[in-house]
Design a protein. Structure first.
Length: 478
């Protein structure tokens, strides 16, 4: 009997020891560890074209040995949780949950469907309050309550809830379950991709009186609709089209391998550099992008960029086998401002895609808006063309003076085009014309230049307050 008692005692000791051993390997932390922005030690934001950003948020936390539920508060409400990557020393990540169901009257009622709450009404005659128990039956398109033996669908009163459910957050939160080797203070960095952050370049150019130079200022317009603020952050902008899969996802492993290191520079303004096959613009100071805010940051400034203004018009007529002699309505050419993005011209830095706006002062010095256009990503030594509008005092009018049908597929046309210039200065009009397959120029009063398989260019110089006539004879054998 004594041996049996000793055996029973030993067995109980072994079971207790084994249970304690298991618990030591997976010791539960004392509740959830909330890590707010007050623990932030560094923040970097890289914004790409196309509503995508990479956020790297470094915060100080205190871990306990074993299991830790780290609640990263105030992450982007539009985070792509599958891209989240928590880095630090002495722990491994087991799970992560993004709680995007935020606290609101409607979401709170949703969580209490089938559960009890209290309802309070006030007697309007004497002001006495009455408290009753109720059960939330539904919150789909309206609230349905069971109060005693009655069902209420349009309850007039206050609803009182005993507590807030654990899975309902007042702010966007990423909860990461980790297993730490030991406890202590440490720094962790959370990196993730998010939508809701975008940027675009805006350019403001002022023409001088002679229309030979512009002063150019470039701005970056940042828009934050991600649901949180990014305060005192290192900011970088990536210009270029980054390939993304249809669901706009990226693996955390790939992000870890390719995420850029954010660098703070000593000077002010934006610093440009090549980054793989893109261009990277880094702000040389920290900035804040508040929630639901549009912010502008200076990108570039060049006081004197050499430009050229000319006029362009396309396809004043169309040739086809059964056309007749006819007059066409006068048309106005487009006003084009162009320059080479080079050091010689006074610029020579890669220009991100954006809207280019042009201004000019009138005779009294009042600056007026004269046109805008959208430019593409433009590297060095490339030409930039800005179509500002239609020329008021320059026109072109076409007349088909003769047409001969030679066979079912062959014909010949004589065309007269009158370019008129009512300005007090000379102009040069670039006239592009597409012609049918099988065309041949029999005669032309101004020499053309071949621009494509079936496109010709005439550079027509028109003196001030005068006309210039272009006469063509064209044979077509379709």
């Amino acid at each position: 009997m004594q041996g049996f008692r000793l055996l029973a005692f030993a067995s109980a000791f072994i079971v207790a020891f084994a249970f304690a051993f298991v618990l030591s390997g997976f010791a539960a932390a004392a509740g959830e560890v909330k890590v707010g922005t007050d623990a932030r030690k560094g923040l970097s934001v890289a914004i790409y074209n196309g509503n995508l950003a990479l956020v790297k948020d470094t915060r100080a936390i205190r871990l306990v040995g074993g299991i830790n539920d780290i609640a990263f508060v105030d992450v982007s409400a539009q985070i792509q949780p599958e891209t989240a990557l928590l880095q630090g020393k002495g722990f491994v990540v087991l799970e992560q949950d993004f709680n995007f169901d935020l606290l609101s009257p409607s979401s709170l009622l949703d969580k209490y469907v089938g559960r009890g709450i209290k309802v309070i009404t006030t007697n309007p005659a004497n002001g006495v309050e009455k408290t009753e128990n109720a059960v939330v039956l539904s919150n789909n398109g309206g609230t349905v309550l069971k109060i005693g033996n009655r069902i209420e669908t349009d309850f007039k009163g206050r609803l009182v809830f005993p507590d807030i459910p654990d899975n309902l957050r007042d702010r966007p939160t990423l909860v990461i379950k980790t297993n730490a080797k030991s406890g202590g203070n440490t720094d962790v960095q959370l990196a993730y991709l998010t939508s809701g952050l975008s940027w675009a370049a805006d350019y403001v150019a002022e023409l001088d009186n002679d229309e030979k130079f512009i002063s150019l200022n470039g701005w970056v317009t940042l828009t934050n609709t991600s649901g949180v603020a990014y305060e005192n952050a290192n900011l970088q902008l990536v210009a270029g089209d980054v390939n993304r899969v249809q669901r706009e996802m990226a693996s955390a492993r790939m992000m870890k391998a390719n995420a850029m290191d954010f660098v703070a520079a000593a000077s002010t303004g934006m610093r440009e550099e090549s980054f793989m096959d893109y261009h990277l613009y880094s702000l040389d100071r920290k900035t804040s992008i508040l929630a639901n805010q549009t912010k502008q940051v200076a990108l570039l400034a060049s006081p004197r960029v050499a430009v050229e203004k000319n006029y362009r018009i396309d396809n004043l007529f169309h040739l086809y086998p059964n056309m007749q002699k006819s007059d066409y309505q006068p048309r106005n050419p487009g006003v084009i401002l162009k320059f080479i993005n080079s050091d010689v011209s006074g610029l020579g830095i890669p220009l991100p895609a954006g809207v280019f706006r042009v201004y000019k002062a009138d005779s009294k010095g009042q600056v007026l808006f004269v046109g805008e256009d959208r430019i593409r990503h433009t590297p060095k030594r490339e030409e930039v063309k800005i179509k500002m509008g239609q020329a008021f005092d320059v026109t072109a009018k076409v007349k088909i003076t003769d047409f001969k049908k030679l066979s079912d597929k062959a014909y010949q046309a004589e065309i007269t085009i009158v370019f008129s210039n009512a300005k007090d200065s000379d102009v040069s009009v670039a006239y592009y014309q597409d012609l049918p397959i099988g065309y041949r120029i029999i005669s032309e009063s101004i020499t053309s230049k071949k621009e494509g398989a079936n496109q010709l260019l005439w550079n027509v110089f028109v003196p001030r307050n005068s006309d210039k006539v272009l006469k063509l004879e064209i044979f077509v054998a379709g």
